[in-house]
Ligand binder design. Structure first.
Ligand code: RUQ
Ligand code: CUA
Length: 689
């Protein structure tokens, strides 16, 4: 993603007469402040600073040499691109953040599960209203979410920079964001699932985006779960019998940018808490892995004489790593052995066991994280309550399954492999190990939530070929309570190394106190050398980020303007875009009055600037931003009507609302787009009925 040359629309000649200036201002051209009047010749440019001056600044500001080195390694001057782009979950903001690395600048917050007025997301713009509604659960218009795990689309298991997926843990939803324009194109509610955690993770060619549930949902036998309908009395016995988890393999249609439920499938799982999920490549191609907790099947109930959930759910020394043969599952669905439930084909637990789709392996202890090394050979699980990272070997797993070597079955009849048969190594790391990321030299990095550190270790062959496999080689303290971490293109065949970002839950004393609700802290760490080195602390003032995915910036190729009249949902000309058309039409449609308006926006005019309608009319505005200049965004908002749209250059949007209250209301462009931006306004007159 390079930085483009200067805009053509900016006049090169600085000598602009006063008349010329006003003309330019009206046309909306940037004239560059005082320089526009030719004053630049009177001001001598500052001389470049000397090293001596630099030293003075270091002294005055009380900086240490290490601070200066960090600054030099992270500073990215304006106009220069970052090396990596990081897509971070926005946690319970429901959105996604785009951050440059190493500058750690936030470039964009992408509206996904939560209305976001300044992006015209969910405030009258028809396509986003429909998207949010489609992504709801049929009983409620959902406007909050809890984004956890972003994933980038893959080609041959490599991140290809075309699509971004993110899950909403709270409501079991999945979203697809195009990296052509960084906008959400689809949201789908996962059937038979109430909450979702484990993914998104894409299969090697993004055939599917896999997503495991978190908390089991009540199921009606043979019929699954329906939000707002399915009721099963919550008792320990019923929980075992009637609650179920799922993993969904969501088919994604890249061309249309839509999930395709008809060609997706789901596997019914026991009501353990399924946690993190990942699909393999290379030797693990065709397999997916999903760790779990609460194999105790605890439901809590402190007032009913049972121990609290957290205690009851942490009794077992081992939980179950779910090992899923998704390629086989796909065949089983093709053979018609899946059952249609609530709009998706479900492979029942019984069928999954019978067909050899689902296996378990013991994993210590209330684990977290589920990551795959570059070679595709090792699956790495954080012990959470055990200070260990457990490394599984897919070759061993495949052999044990082929030989039918099992230690027994879980209470639902799922075959359980023997730990010793599938384990490659266990590495003692630190307290509370959660997630693992990898570099290009065969190292793993694990986040240790309780001991507040990142611990670096060696993997085994072929990832690491040195003579000290599976050993801790370095550690660095973290501030504080690290959850996830991210290295560039980790969990793919070619991690890039160089940087690591620690996603920390607490910042305590790292920043100015801004009230009891403190920001989370992202810490940028240099991992290019033998020893890890802390470079930068970045406060995150929105939500509580979970996972982040980092990708080489040059793999992402966004457009800068839409073709005139584009509907961003489809990248086609909007159905209601008619070149240059402006006007108002009032007519009846199915017995109701509709006032339909074709509008354009360009610096600094909204046309038409007076819209008259009658109280009770459905107002339908087709607004086109007819700019062709990069960054010439306009917006549209109506006072006291809760209406706001954002129109990127070339975009056409349709805004709909009922003019239910009489009066005269100002509307205007909400982006300061030109010197005459304040004049870019008009009136909506709603005549009383
Ligand atoms: S999970 S750090 Cu989704 Cu670890 Cu949050
Ligand atoms: Cu357009 Cu302000």
């Amino acid at each position: 993603m390079g930085v483009e040359k200067k805009e053509k629309s900016q006049p090169k000649e600085n000598k602009v007469s006063r008349r010329g200036f006003i003309a330019a201002a009206v046309a909306g051209l940037a004239v560059g402040g005082a320089a526009g009047f030719g004053l630049s010749r009177l001001i001598t440019p500052a001389a470049p600073p000397t090293l001596r001056q630099v030293e003075d600044i270091i002294k005055q500001r009380n900086l240490q040499p290490a601070h200066v080195v960090s600054a030099l390694k992270t500073y990215v001057p304006g106009g220069m691109p970052d090396e990596f782009l990081m897509f971070s979950s926005g946690g319970h903001s429901g959105q996604v953040m785009v951050i440059g690395v190493p500058s750690m600048r936030i470039y964009r917050i992408i509206a996904v599960f939560t209305p976001e007025p300044w992006q015209g997301y969910g405030y009258g713009d028809v396509k986003t209203m429909k998207l949010l509604e489609k992504g709801s659960n049929g009983i409620r218009f959902l406007t909050c979410g809890d984004t956890h795990h972003p994933e980038i689309s893959r080609t041959n298991a490599e991140y290809d920079g075309e699509w971004l997926f993110i899950g909403d843990k709270l409501n079991a939803r999945k979203a697809a964001i195009s990296l052509k324009d960084f906008e959400t194109k689809d949201i789908v509610k996962l059937p038979n699932t109430q909450t979702q955690h484990g993914g998104a993770c894409a299969t090697p060619n993004t055939e599917y985006v896999a997503c495991g549930s978190q908390f089991a949902a009540p199921w009606e036998p043979g019929k699954g779960y329906k939000p707002g309908k399915t009721y099963v009395k919550l008792t320990e016995q019923n929980f075992k019998e009637y609650f179920r988890g799922t993993t969904t393999f969501l088919r994604f249609d890249r061309k249309r940018g839509k999930f395709d439920l008809a060609n997706s499938f789901q596997i019914e799982l026991p009501p353990y808490m399924q946690d993190l999920e990942i699909a393999g490549w290379g030797p693990s191609d065709g397999w997916a892995f999903l760790n779990s907790i609460n194999t105790e099947l605890a439901i809590g109930g402190v007032l009913e004489g049972r121990p609290p959930l957290e205690i009851a759910a942490s009794q077992n020394d081992f939980d179950y790593l779910h090992i899923i043969n998704w390629k086989k599952a796909e065949q089983v669905v093709r053979q018609g052995k899946a059952k249609e439930m609530n709009g998706i084909k479900v492979i029942t637990l019984e069928t999954a066991i019978k067909e050899g789709i689902l296996f378990f392996a013991p994993e210590p202890k209330s684990p977290h994280g589920c990551d795959i090394t570059a070679s595709g050979r090792y699956i790495v699980i954080g012990g959470k309550l055990e200070p260990l990272v457990t490394v599984y070997d897919i070759e061993k797993i495949k052999r044990a399954i082929a030989d039918q070597r099992f230690q027994g079955e879980d209470p639902y009849g799922v075959p359980v492999l023997r730990f010793e048969d599938v384990k490659a190594a266990q590495i003692e790391v630190g307290l509370g190990p959660l997630h693992d990321e990898f570099d290009d030299k065969g190292h793993g990095y694990v986040s240790c939530f309780i001991s507040n550190e990142v611990v670096k270790y060696t993997l085994g062959p072929p990832d690491y070929t040195g003579d000290k496999p599976f050993q801790v080689v370095d550690r660095i303290p973290i501030h504080y309570n690290i959850g996830h971490l991210a290295t560039p293109e980790s969990n793919s065949p070619t991690p890039k190394g160089k940087y690591l970002v620690a996603l920390n839950k607490w910042s305590v004393d790292r920043f100015m106190n801004v009230g009891p609700l403190l920001p989370q802290n992202f810490q940028l760490i240099d991992i290019s050398g033998e020893k890890m080195q802390l470079l930068y602390d970045m406060p995150i003032g929105i939500g509580e980020p979970h996972y982040a995915k980092m990708i080489s910036a040059d793999k992402v190729k966004p457009i800068s303007v839409y073709e005139l009249g584009t509907d961003p949902e489809t990248f086609q000309r909007h159905a209601k875009y008619v070149e240059g058309k402006v006007g108002v039409e009032r007519r009846q449609e199915d017995g109701r009055w509709v006032t339909e308006v074709w509008m354009t926006e360009v610096r600094s005019t909204i046309t038409p600037d007076i819209i008259r309608c009658k109280q009770g009319d459905l107002l339908r505005l087709h607004i086109t931003n007819i700019e062709t200049t990069k960054d010439a965004t306009h917006a549209f908002a109506v006072a006291e009507y809760n209406i706001m749209a954002s129109l990127e250059p070339g975009e056409t949007a349709t805004v709909e609302f009922v003019a239910d209250k009489p009066g005269v209301y100002a509307f205007y462009c909400v982006e300061f787009c030109s010197p005459l931006h304040l004049e870019m306004a008009g009136w909506l007159e709603v005549e009383p009925a």
